[in-house]
Design a protein around this ligand. Structure first.
Ligand SMILES: [Zn+2]
Ligand SMILES: [Zn+2]
Length: 395
């Protein structure tokens, strides 16, 4: 049976896939600068005998693995390749050698897993009908998102896949398990950059000043009503401010205060309304208190919706591959992912790969300097992706 074949190959290639992941982990590159990573992926694909490949969006790669009757159906598998500006604190043999850059979101795991899946699938081409399209994309971590650039560069054309599968590490889920969610899964994310301008001066003479610190404080509190009063309670929304910069002193009121925040939700119509409402409230408060405000909303990724039928089939494939007890249901997750751009074009399924191992002390979250994974996850990451693809081509 093809499932047993895939399982056996995933086991056989496991140590190779770990080696690939460790190489990628030791050589991380920032978003849209994945030149070495891209060359590495290309070289590996060619070494597996996968020669139908093309560069996209500068550092991205798309490749085809054709089974029997290649145009019967096309399914895409996606990995992201970029790392983050974080100084790694793990003391491991494969620690980052690129100072200040770290694979702290597991994109090394996604890339190595997809390379593993590619090697497996290329070895069993006679066992499936249709084509698997491999997508290695740049820049997931940075607006405008590598996915949007890959789509602009026609990654979903010629041939057009009927669906796309992506996986992401999840340090909350123990290694050996995976998680799925049908429908709404991840949030849209917009960046907020606000400057409140007043008139600074000596802190002892407030009557001669327009204090931007006090104005900004009122504005931050007032903006929360967008979430508590304007948003429907049925639509998840988050408004958070993580940076407030007022460079005065005990007795110095500054001229301006700079604020940065994020707005996230799961509904495009409400998202657009919320942008207007936030600016309106900010202007009302700030101008009412005698100041001025610059309010920039930098649009990030849209929400991510997993296609019902495709996700159901992928989840059933996972149950058949790993056993029901190892496939969990996911809750809504208010982080954002540029995989959402693909799901606006075609059916998508974005699932989670468990990487946690408390016994080994592997518990750190993504985007932290101590993030790591239990590498047993790579055998599943490669094998399951290959199996989901074959299963989907059969459906
Ligand atoms: Zn990330
Ligand atoms: Zn990520």
């Amino acid at each position: 049976m093809v499932k047993d074949k895939i399982k056996a190959l995933a086991k056989e290639y496991k140590s190779d896939i770990i080696t690939l992941r460790r190489h990628l982990h030791a050589h991380p590159e920032l978003s849209f600068q994945e030149y070495q990573t891209s060359a590495f992926v290309e070289e590996k694909l060619k070494s597996f005998g996968i020669t139908q490949l093309e560069k996209k969006a500068d550092t991205g790669i798309v490749a085809l693995i054709e089974g029997r009757n290649p145009r019967a159906k096309v399914i895409a598998l996606r990995a992201d390749m970029d790392a983050l500006p974080i100084i790694e604190q793990n003391e491991v043999s494969y620690k980052s050698t690129n100072s200040g850059v770290m694979h702290a979101c597991g994109h090394d795991v996604h890339t190595a897993s997809l390379l593993g899946a590619a090697k497996i699938l290329n070895g069993i081409r006679d066992d499936f009908e249709g084509t698997v399209k491999l997508i290695f994309q740049p820049g997931e971590e940075l607006i405008p998102g590598g996915a949007s650039l890959m789509i602009k560069d026609k990654v979903l054309e010629n041939p057009r896949p009927s669906g796309i599968i992506g996986q992401h590490v999840m340090p909350l889920i123990p290694v050996g398990k995976v998680g799925f969610r049908k429908g709404m899964y991840m949030a849209s994310a917009d960046e907020l950059y606000i400057t409140v301008k007043g008139k600074g001066g000596h802190g002892a003479m407030p009557e001669t000043l327009v204090d931007p610190v006090l104005i900004a404080s009122h504005m931050i509190v007032a903006l929360q009503q967008v979430v508590s009063r304007n948003a429907s309670p049925k639509i998840p929304s988050v408004l958070s401010f993580g940076r407030v910069e007022a460079l005065g002193a005990t007795n110095v009121i500054p001229n301006e205060v700079k604020i940065q925040g994020t707005f996230r939700t799961l509904n495009e119509e409400w998202r657009a309304k919320a942008h207007v409402q936030m600016v309106k409230i900010a202007k009302g408060i700030v101008e009412g208190m005698g100041g001025e405000v610059d309010f920039e909303v930098r649009r990030g990724y849209p929400f991510l919706k997993n296609a019902e039928a495709l996700t159901e089939r992928a989840q059933q494939a996972a149950i058949s591959y790993m056993g029901e007890e190892n496939v969990v249901d996911l809750d809504i997750w208010m982080a954002a992912e540029d995989f959402s751009y693909y799901t606006q074009e075609i059916d998508g399924c974005f699932y989670r790969l468990g990487t946690r191992n408390e016994a080994k002390g592997i518990v750190s979250g993504v985007h932290t300097p101590t993030f790591d994974i239990d590498e047993d996850a790579l055998e599943i990451g490669a094998g399951l992706m290959a199996y989901i693809a074959v299963n989907e081509l059969k459906s």
